[in-house]
Each structure stands twice: as C-alpha cells, then as structure tokens.
Design a protein around this ligand. Structure first.
Ligand code: NDP
Ligand code: ZN
Length: 375
C-alpha cells in the first residue's frame, strides 16, 4: 500500500527533474491481460495530481457485474492490460492547491464517472453520465482531459481524480461496505427516484444480485410493497429478510400467475438474455419498466414493438448510473439510514474465483476487494 510519506518523497524527487505540474503517480493493481485470461499483478502510472485533484489511497473496491462484462468484451473491444473497478472507497492522501471539498485524511469515493466535458447541457444539469462529449469512465475510457490516456480502474492501490468527481464519504460510514453504493447503489436509486416510487405502491425488482438487493432496500425504505424476481429459490429468504413481500422464481411458471397488471414500477437489473415483455405485462397502465441490466450485445434482449403497442401505455426506459450530485445524495441518505450492501470481503488473489461465483449466482450479494492485499 502506498503511503503519504512515500508519495511525498516520490513527488519531491521528480519535481526536481520534471516540469512544475508534478510527476505521474505510480500505481499497482490487478489486471486482465486478455479477455479470457486470469488476473495478475500489474504496475502502471496515473496522471499527476493537478491543482484541483486529489490522490486517493484505495481501501476497498467492489466487483460489479459490469467489470465482468467489460473484461470479457461483452459490449465492445477494449485494450489490455485492463484494471477494472468502479466502486471505490478510500482515503485522501494528497490534495492539489485549489481543492476545497476534501482534506488529507478524509474518506473519498469514486463511482463510474471520473470526468466529463463540464460544458454541455447534461453536465450543467448534473447528469454527467449523459455528457454529450462522453463521460470519462473510471476504466477503459479515453481521458480527453489527460492526453487521451486510457483510464485504469479501482482494483488498485490508488486513484487520481478531480475533486468535482469524487464523492464525500462521511467519517462515520461503515467503510468496508461503502464501495458498492458508488455503482450498485446509484444505478438503482436513480430510476427509483426518476419514476417517483412512493409509499404503498406495488413495485418489483427483476434480478436480485448486487444491484437488485440495493433496489429492494431503497424501495422498502420508501414504504413500497416490493416483489422480487430471480431464477432460483436460493435467495428467497434473503429477499424476505430485506423486506420484500413476495419472491418469485421465474422458472416456476405457476408463481407468475395472477401478476399481470400489478406493478406501478419495475427495475430490471438482469445481466443475461430474458424476455422484457414478461415484465411489461406485469405493469399497471402507465406503469414504468426501468432497464439497468446490460447483457452482452450478443445476448441483448429484444422488445417486439408490436407486442409493446398492445401493452397499452406501459412505459419502458433505460437508465445509466446517476450524476455526481445524485450519487452524493444517494450516499448521504444510505449512510444516514444505515442502508448498505451485503458484502463479502476478499483478497486480491481471489478475484478470479469471485468472477466465477458472480456468473454462477453464488454471491450474496457483492464481493469487495480489500486493497491492503494487493501485492
Ligand atoms: P449480479 O450478477 O450481482 O446480479 C444479477 C442478478 O440477476 C443475479 O441474482 C442473477 O441470478 C439474476 N438473473 C440472471 N438472469 C435472470 C433472469 N433471466 N431473470 C431474473 N433474474 C436473473 O449483477 P449486478 O447486479 O452487478 O449487475 C446487473 C446488471 O446491471 C449487469 O448487466 C451490469 O452490467 C448492469 N449494470 C448497469 C448499470 C447501468 O448504469 N445501467 C450500472 C451497473 C451495472 P443468479 O445470481 O442466480 O445468476
Ligand atoms: Zn457497476
């Protein structure tokens, strides 16, 4: 783990023989070197800490199913070595001279967005995830603010980020459980609030994994009556324990009986091929199906438009994480209400096994890497 003292020493050394803007920051992480490879230690560098930047010593990083999709090239071809990780919780170890939001020693978090153009309508409306120039993603993304270098993610010991894109984590937070809020939390929080889910409503969650178990907790906290859909009976007791009123195994057709026209809102987090019309038909008139699950392009589910027309004003929309302001609101609310993911802490040498377990549905509910274990 890199310490403040060693970073200061490194910076002092290199400031004497490089330009005034400081030197690049050495980092070490776990990377995939090919789409079908295993994780291996990888040393690389991050851009220097600018005047508005903070350097975060990463403490914990969550494993999102998106990391797996991206590493396998499910959505597009990416460059390797690839360091995933966009659910990051850590501590500030260095702050640029213009930084006001953080001081050294504060907890800080990073989600999926590390920069954006800052100028377009979306950025000005705090919806950087839809930036017209493209948001700079935490990993596998072209950082057009830093010479088009490709970003590397949070399965690593540090990250350099502008303070404007870092999330403040209250000092009283349960820091081991914070990281998954930065993606699983905000991705479900955002459509729940966009669709204005209210107390007493019948709502549902399709796909009860990392994202799904956060959606259940947020909607239970709002006072909604939550039904959970998944493909086995394995997580039934967990759903009820988290406050759901019903659990449906979609592979048992009799459990689906009587559910047509029942829900005002459904969020689908499903990462694999499925029939979205199953859920459209379970919406009430004017009900909304928010799609956040992102199966591989080869397996992407299709909505037949003719069937949708017959579905009479049920609405379907996609949703992508959430902006920085909304992420901060979600995080503050979650900590204040004690709403956290259920996590299993693992070491860096267990990432390959963790990936297999996520794909096989064996995790309840989120793996989180302890960054101390990076070699
Ligand atoms: P997980 O693997 O943790 O959870 C997925 C859950 O869906 C599992 O419980 C799985 O069951 C269940 N499932 C699989 N197939 C079906 C099916 N046909 N019907 C019902 N349930 C099913 O994944 P995450 O929660 O981390 O991510 C979910 C998806 O969301 C991924 O595609 C990810 O890329 C995407 N995502 C999208 C974001 C966005 O901004 N839109 C942000 C973050 C993630 P089992 O465990 O039994 O396999
Ligand atoms: Zn994610």
């Amino acid at each position: 783990m890199i310490s403040t003292a060693s970073i200061n020493q490194l910076n002092a050394q290199s400031m004497s023989n490089t330009n005034q803007s400081g030197s690049r920051i050495p980092a070490k992480g776990m990377a995939l070197f090919a789409k079908d490879g295993n994780f291996q230690p990888y040393e690389f560098t991050r851009h220097a800490v600018g005047d508005n930047d903070i350097l975060i010593e990463i403490l914990y990083a969550g494993i999102c199913h998106s990391d797996i999709h991206m590493g396998r090239g499910d959505w597009n071809e990416i460059a390797y070595p690839f360091v995933p990780g966009h659910e990051i919780a850590g501590r500030v170890v260095q702050a640029g001279k213009n930084v006001t939001k953080f001081k050294v020693g504060d907890y800080a978090g990073i989600g999926c967005i590390v920069n954006s153009c800052g100028q377009c309508g979306y950025c000005k409306a705090d919806e950087e995830q839809f930036c017209e120039k493209g948001m700079v993603g935490t990993y596998a993304s072209v950082d057009y603010h830093h010479h088009d270098e490709i970003t590397q993610g949070g399965y690593a010991n540090n990250y350099v980020i502008s303070e404007d894109y870092a999330i403040k984590i209250p000092q009283n937070a349960d820091i081991q459980k914070i990281a998954p809020l930065l993606c699983a939390g905000i991705t479900t929080w955002s459509p729940i609030h966009f669709s204005n889910v209210k107390k007493g409503e019948s709502v549902a969650v399709a796909g009860f994994g990392g994202l799904g178990h956060m959606a259940v907790q947020y909607m239970v906290a709002l006072g909604a009556s939550v039904t959970v859909f998944d493909i086995t009976d394995d997580k039934k007791a967990d759903a009820i324990r988290l406050g759901a009123v019903r659990y449906v195994n979609v592979n048992s057709p009799n459990e689906l009986e009587g559910l047509k026209d029942q829900f005002s809102f459904i969020v689908s987090t499903i990462p694999d091929k499925y029939d979205p019309m199953l859920y459209v038909r379970m919406l009430k008139e004017n009900g909304e199906l928010a799609i956040v699950g992102m199966p591989s392009l080869a397996n992407t589910p299709v909505i037949p438009t003719t069937f949708l027309a017959f579905a009479a004003r049920r609405k379907v929309y996609g949703s992508m994480i959430g902006g920085i302001k909304e992420t901060q609101e979600m995080l503050d609310y979650s900590v204040a209400r004690g709403i956290y993911p259920e996590v299993k802490i693992i070491s860096a040498d267990q990432i390959d096994e963790a990936y297999r377990n996520v794909i096989d549905g064996k995790v309840k509910f989120r793996y989180v890497i302890d960054a101390k274990t990076l070699k």
